[in-house]
Write a protein that binds this ligand. Structure first.
Ligand code: FEO
Length: 400
């Protein structure tokens, strides 16, 4: 049975939600699901904007059939061919044999690599090209590396709708909602939107900045992404988040503490440090166990917060493996421009602090590492208290 939602007078959401998938891209936990968005424009020509993941193809086909109501499908605009959006393309081509694909030259290359049978079905478009479907005239805008090289976004010059591909998307299933003003975004959505952005697109900040520059030159009234909610009000709120994230500027002044602890002693130490930071005037402190928290959540928090405290035990004369994994992920996703403080623990040959400092200094960009460091031998003792105070003072001072 079909389920669609109207977006404008002649544009419909024809996507679907997936609550069954455990790991998006087989790597990111999505406890609240995800949506695969696709949009159908019923103009003089009928135009589908992107397709959906294979897992929801059946409902997707029913949605389109219902809205077309016997009409043929004329065009499929493919903004992004990654299989979570492109996997149902061949089903569409088979069911609607007259439909032509409008897409970028690189997407055509990728379609062939994925084995899609598209011969004689494609119209390639490039930056700035336009196309009329009747009342609606759309413009194609290249958006490479957001998040694959073939990506473009499509701007409907007639009504100001931007089909933004992965940009401005989010984890989390829609569950009946469609528009940003149908939810409490700051309470229920921003964390999953940030986790989606930072882990999927976070590496490509400079490319996002280029797209934002292009976007500032057009009069966008609505943003229709391929995952998550459609934005039809307060666009500035989300554009501002994207601007901050892609410039690697923290959203908030605050301290993210991530610790590794085998027997609870390092955990106790960061608990004491967190208490002192709060007592000294900074209540915006969050604490995570690196062993228990999926790294995608930690990456998201590194983009949110201005200050990081990394606390690691020494393990095999190195950094505790899950903490090393976090550092590697931070580097891969271009986390930069943060102030970091270090806590190390070792019962003998304590090395984790020195090694974390070396990684932050040598492998990452623009990390301000505080000189004060807390070194614990096995467990926090009275002897550590002066250093604990100094480290907390140093963190507070660096926020001024
Ligand atoms: Fe949602 Fe890059 O695919």
């Amino acid at each position: 049975m079909h389920y669609v939602r109207q977006v404008t007078d002649d544009l419909y959401w024809v996507g679907a939600n997936d609550h069954r998938l455990t790991l998006f891209e087989n790597i990111f936990p999505i406890p609240d699901g995800v949506s695969y968005n696709s949009y159908l424009l019923l103009d003089q020509k009928t135009v589908l904007f992107d397709t959906v993941d294979w897992s929801v193809c059946r409902l997707f086909l029913e949605n389109i059939e219902h809205l077309l109501n016997g009409k043929s499908l004329d065009y499929v605009v493919i903004n992004h061919i990654e299989p979570d959006h492109g996997a149902s393309l061949e089903e569409i081509l088979t069911k609607y044999p007259k439909a032509k694909i409008i897409t970028s030259p690189k997407a055509v290359m990728l379609m062939r690599q994925f084995g899609y049978h598209i011969d004689g079905r494609t119209e390639e478009v490039n930056e700035g090209d336009t196309k009329s479907f009747g009342k609606h005239v759309v413009k194609f805008i290249a958006a490479p590396m957001i998040h694959w090289p073939e990506v473009m976004v499509t701007f409907d010059t007639t009504n100001g709708v931007l089909f933004s591909a992965d940009a401005f998307g989010s984890f989390k299933a829609l569950d009946g909602k469609l528009f940003n003003d149908e939810v409490n975004y700051d309470r229920d959505w921003i964390d999953e939107a940030r986790r989606y952005y930072t882990n999927i697109v976070g590496k490509y900040g400079p490319f996002v900045q280029k797209l934002l520059k292009k976007a500032s030159g057009i009069n966008i009234k609505m943003i229709c992404p391929l995952h998550g909610l459609v934005w039809r009000s307060h666009l500035g709120y989300f554009l501002d988040k994207y601007d901050k994230w892609s410039r690697y500027e923290p959203e908030e002044k605050g301290v993210l503490i991530v610790y590794s602890s085998m027997y609870g002693n390092t955990e106790n130490a960061v608990g004491a440090l967190a208490g002192r930071i709060v007592e000294k005037g900074m209540p915006n402190v969050t604490v995570y166990d690196v062993s228990k928290t999926d790294v995608s959540y930690l990456i998201s928090e590194t983009f949110r917060m201005s200050h990081l405290v990394l606390a690691s035990v020494t393990y095999n004369l190195g950094i505790y493996p899950p903490m090393k994994n976090l550092l590697m992920d931070m580097k891969a996703l271009n986390v930069q421009n943060r102030t970091a403080a270090l806590v190390e623990n070792g019962s003998w040959a304590c090395r984790s602090g020195t090694l974390m400092r070396k990684f932050l200094e040598d492998e990452m960009k623009d990390m301000n590492i505080l000189d004060e460091k807390l070194t614990i031998n096995s467990s926090l003792s009275e002897d550590n208290v002066p250093n604990l105070e100094l480290l907390a003072d140093s963190i507070i001072q660096s926020m001024k």
